[in-house]
Design a protein around this ligand. Structure first.
Ligand code: SIN
Length: 339
């Protein structure tokens, strides 16, 4: 039997890159400058030209969504990115999507997409800790690895992924854990879900929490997210910031409490007053690890909800999405238990 060569050559995956800026697109005057640079200065085409090898692994197209330092990301840009991702998976023949992003809020954008992308195909976030102009910049190899991961069928069904420094993290549990080291993304106690070795991905675990195609949250018709504020608990705390958040129109407050979500008594007075005005209160923790469940009996009597093991910044995202669907306390608590 004659088999034509083109029929046995494996087709390259189609990967779309959505670029948003960050240090991976950062530029400095000197190649020795690692922390003084302009984030988001370089466009997607120039980033790709720095890694011509990507063409050996995928057919790539790129789009520039924005060119910012990620500390300036907004709910509005999140909605724009999420709608674009859903539209690409619905309308275009694409195997996976890579999103280049500043590392400062990368975990937040990744978790938002983890809750609202309606596809099991890979969505991989990637950034860098050294600007593109630096000696030993980490961006090019991170980008190459992320593109290969996005085109890899093994990366399907795992929720939104973060790939940097040869490590694969899940969007729900990873956080930026070091201000300047290249191995900054970690899920300190729950761990990496995989490694990249010589460009190849190896998976070992995945979050059991609901995500992407199994999520109930939809953003197609949303123009904005409900305003949810985070209040960071500390010794000698007061109710000043709680009252200010309510005054500013917060629909929900995440209290980043001490230990198991403990609340200072003065802040608690403010939170009870806020709740009487219909603001949803969720206790989370500033510890960085562990779950917030239960706690002193008075908190449950006051109907404060608990944020499970989500960091305060991720609890904010889940509460905002929950509030697009319901104000019922039991329903919102169910969501915190499931996502
Ligand atoms: C940013 O988040 O845009 C700047 C920092 C970084 O990308 O590492």
């Amino acid at each position: 039997m004659n088999v034509k060569l083109e029929n046995i050559v494996t087709r390259l995956p189609k990967v779309k890159i959505l670029a948003t800026g960050g240090t991976i697109a950062g530029s400095a005057l000197l190649n020795t400058q690692m922390s003084e640079y302009k984030a988001g200065a370089i466009g997607i085409q120039t980033l790709l030209e720095a890694v011509p090898q990507v063409k050996d692994y995928a057919n790539i197209t790129g789009e520039q969504i924005c060119q910012i330092s990620s500390n300036n990301i907004t709910d509005c840009i999140w909605l724009q990115i999420a709608k674009r991702v859903n539209a690409i998976f619905k309308d275009e023949d694409t195997d996976g999507i890579v999103i280049t992003h500043g590392t400062d809020t990368l975990e937040e954008t990744a978790y938002f997409l983890n809750l609202v992308v309606k596809s099991s195909k890979p969505v991989v976030f990637v950034g860098a800790m050294r600007p593109a102009t630096a000696i030993s910049a980490d961006g090019p190899v991170n980008l190459l690895n992320a593109i290969r991961l996005a085109g890899n069928p093994l990366a399907k069904n795992k929720g939104v992924l973060i790939a940097m420094n040869d490590e694969i993290n899940g969007a729900r549990d990873a956080t930026k854990a070091n201000t300047s080291h290249v191995n900054t993304f970690r899920a300190p106690e729950l761990g990496y879900i995989g490694y990249i070795n010589n460009g190849e991905a190896f998976f070992y675990s995945a979050s059991l929490r609901k995500h992407t195609f199994s999520s109930e949250f939809t953003i197609d018709d949303l123009g904005e997210l409900p305003y949810v504020e985070i209040i960071y608990g500390h010794a000698n705390d007061s109710r000043i910031l709680v009252d200010a958040a309510v005054e500013a129109g917060a629909k929900g407050i995440i209290y980043a409490g001490m230990g198991n979500g403990s609340i200072n008594e003065k802040a608690e007075e403010g939170l009870i007053a806020a709740q009487k005005k219909g603001v949803i209160i969720v206790r989370s923790s500033r510890c960085g690890n562990g779950t917030v469940k239960g706690g002193p009996i008075q908190y449950s009597e006051e109907n404060f909800l608990t944020g499970d093991s989500l960091s305060p910044q991720k609890a904010r995202i889940l509460l905002a999405l929950a509030l697009t669907k319901t104000n019922k306390l039991a329903e919102i608590q169910r969501m915190f238990n499931e996502y």
